[in-house]
Design a protein around this ligand. Structure first.
Ligand code: SAH
Length: 387
């Protein structure tokens, strides 16, 4: 499969591999994973997508005006600048999300709603974040504004919804700070609908909210979680830890397989709130969540003499740390399933486990969650010798 080279490839910088045929992209990622990880264990062939287009269900855009004209544009900042590269239809972004961003641009023009000007601290709409749940089709729109209310607020919201009936909820996030963060720190205000959307993955319901992490490629997320579960070979007697659990996805799927107990550990209180709601929605009694730093909590558990049978960890790009890994070894799980979005930090952490424990890497499975980019997701299965 070969794609027309995206005309914005250099300016945008999001899709570094777009000029390669998809098969060649997969070969490149496979070679990258093997170069970095084959010293630890066998690397299986990468799982790619059948259709690697429009997979990204979380889309965020910065709003501004055309450099010379007055047209409202949305897109991303050119690397290292505050010049907006307009992105009005993108090969990897969800098509409904892109259509909604188009409606926002039109309505801003019609109602004379100025985009936020960070330097002058004038105008209104700064970014728009769109998330879509692929199973239900529900869409969340977050208006990130430097000032509020926008002119013709009610008409704007009604027309946005009318023209895009998939929209289930609209939220307001205030952000007038000079920052590169998209979302401001204060809680969102719900302008329409319930304030969240619902996704179904691996037979379970998950709530998606504005600030909690949720995988952005739902088609491959099911593939990823299925592989993680197969690797774990869960038994009804197992106690399981899901570290860096986000909204509880992996732990909840494990709980639904009928294990004895799952404990999820997550730092972001918004994500833990979603995880609690998900637990209730899925009527699962054998899972609980702890809002804490994973390393501190694992250390505490290890000091208390807690043990577990299976440990899932799915840390952010910076990976885990020595405190976490040293405590994980003390909890003595027979199986560790490490899900990683960064091969370099995964290699570092596998190196630590190789040096300081008797865990062995039995399998490494790359999954392509982000076609056309250099990112690759990897799952490593480790078992304790004589477990
Ligand atoms: N397993 C989840 C989330 C993975 S993303 C899923 O598949 O959806 C990584 C998560 O780690 C994020 O939710 C982030 O908030 C959380 N996190 C980051 N640093 C952490 C820390 N020190 N302790 C616990 N959780 C942390």
């Amino acid at each position: 499969m070969r794609y027309e080279k995206c005309p914005l490839m250099e300016k945008c910088g999001g899709c570094q591999l777009m000029d390669l045929a998809y098969e060649d992209q997969l070969d490149e990622k496979q070679a990258f994973v093997e170069d970095n990880l084959s010293g630890y264990g066998p690397v299986a062939p990468i799982v790619g997508m059948d259709d690697p287009t429009h997979y990204r269900t979380k889309v965020q855009a910065v709003f501004g005006r055309e450099y010379k004209g007055r047209r409202i544009i949305s897109g991303i900042y050119a690397y290292g600048t505050h010049h907006i590269v307009p992105i009005h239809d993108c090969l990897v972004e969800d098509e409904v999300a892109d259509r909604i961003l188009g409606t926002v641009r039109n309505l801003m023009g019609n109602f004379k709603i100025d985009p936020w000007d960070e330097d002058r601290q004038t105008g209104y709409i700064r970014h728009v974040l769109v998330k879509r749940a692929s199973y239900t089709g529900q869409v969340m729109v977050v208006l990130v504004c430097g000032d509020w209310p926008i002119p013709h607020k009610d008409d704007f919201i009604n027309l946005l919804r009318q023209r895009n009936p998939e929209i289930k909820t609209i939220l307001l996030n205030m952000n007038s700070a000079k920052t590169s963060m998209v979302l401001g720190p204060d809680p969102e205000k719900t302008l329409m609908g319930p304030g969240f959307i619902e996704e179904k993955l691996c037979g379970l319901w998950f709530r998606i909210s504005a600030k909690s992490f949720f995988q952005v490629n739902p088609r491959q997320t099911e593939v990823l979680y299925d592989i993680a579960m197969k690797m774990a070979r869960l038994k009804p007697t197992d106690t399981v830890i899901d570290a860096y659990c986000g909204t509880g996805t992996i732990g909840m799927i494990a709980a639904s397989k009928g294990v004895k107990e799952v404990v999820g550990v997550e730092l972001n209180p918004d994500a833990v709130k979603d995880a609690e709601a998900n637990k209730a929605r899925n009527k699962l009694a054998n899972i609980r969540f702890i809002c804490d730093d994973a390393s501190s909590r694992l250390k505490q558990m290890a000091n208390e003499g807690v043990t577990c049978d299976v440990l899932f960890l799915d840390p952010p790009r910076m990976g885990s740390d020595e405190r976490f890994l040293a405590s994980a070894i003390k909890l003595a799980p027979s199986t560790i399933v490490y899900i990683s979005c960064n091969v370099n930090t995964l290699a570092r952490d596998l190196h630590y486990l190789k040096e300081f424990s008797d865990y062995q890497v039995l399998g490494i499975q790359p999954v392509d969650m982000f076609p056309h980019t250099t990112h690759v997701e990897t799952i490593a299965l480790l078992m304790r010798n004589n477990a």
